[in-house]
Design a protein around this ligand. Structure first.
Ligand code: PGA
Length: 246
């Protein structure tokens, strides 16, 4: 049983006071259930606040990015070990916004996944095609290439990661992949994981891209969808909690 994992991706949103309220609402509202896991990935400056607010609860927390380097002269960067000091369990790597706006290559994303694991964090590795790539029929080629780059770097330890399929055209757009579209790509990713190692086929594969309370249940009902990576809807405690129990 892989269970369900729902992870909030706050992106560059938040503030000390509003975070306090959101953390409290999540903590008070989340009733842990068998096979259900919940986490939030917050901006770096709020990791201490997540740790203070969520320690001892059933909600995990994480970061949204890390450097691929362990230490050194990299002004403005944050290492996996630094993030780990704040009790993080997860870190998102290779989000499409990082790939497109910050020019992160497949190789850099793979190095970040490896750096995360070296620091004891679970990387949430994002893959996904653009609208142009989908229309050109290259969805399979794109997500396979993105996953294979990480496998080439971490090998069978891919089993210790979380994958997130996030079609770029569905992120923040209100356009969601249909359950059939999501399931098709998830099945492909699962088969690819299985070809690396039978055990790796049990790595959670999350769907992301305009997941909302009103579409989560249908998406999560797909046999290869193990939960969601949720952006906008993770900023509202009520809706996020509804998604988490969908
Ligand atoms: P969205 O973002 O839910 O706002 O579409 C998802 C993500 O970018 O992880």
């Amino acid at each position: 049983m892989r269970g369900k994992l729902v992870v909030g991706n706050w992106k560059m949103h938040g503030g000390l006071r509003q975070n306090d309220a959101l953390f409290a609402d999540l903590r008070n509202g989340w009733a842990p259930a068998e096979g259900r896991r919940l986490a939030v990935c917050v901006p770096f400056p709020y990791l201490w606040q997540a740790q203070a607010a969520l320690s001892g609860s059933a909600i995990a927390w994480g970061a949204q990015n890390i450097s691929e380097h362990a230490t050194g002269a990299f002004t403005g960067e944050v290492s996996a070990a630094m993030v780990a000091e704040f009790g993080c369990r997860y870190v998102i790597v290779g989000h499409s916004e990082r790939r497109t706006l910050f020019a992160e290559s497949d190789a850099v994303v793979a190095a970040k996944a490896a750096a995360a694991m070296a620091a004891g964090l679970t990387p949430i590795v994002c893959v996904g095609e653009s609208l142009q790539e989908r229309e050109a029929g290259s969805t399979e080629a794109v997500v396979s290439r993105q996953l294979d780059a990480v496998v080439a770097r971490v090998g069978r330890r891919i089993a210790e990661t979380v994958l997130a399929y996030e079609p770029v055209w569905a992120i923040g757009t209100g356009l969601t992949a249909s359950p059939d579209q999501a399931q098709a790509v998830h099945a492909l990713l699962r088969a690819r994981l299985h070809s690396v190692d039978a055990g790796a086929a049990d790595a959670p594969v999350l769907y992301g891209g305009s997941v909302k309370a009103d579409n989560a249940r249908a998406l999560f009902a797909c046999p290869d969808v193990d939960g969601g990576l949720v952006g906008g809807a993770s900023l509202k405690a009520g809706e996020f909690l509804e998604i988490a129990s969908a």
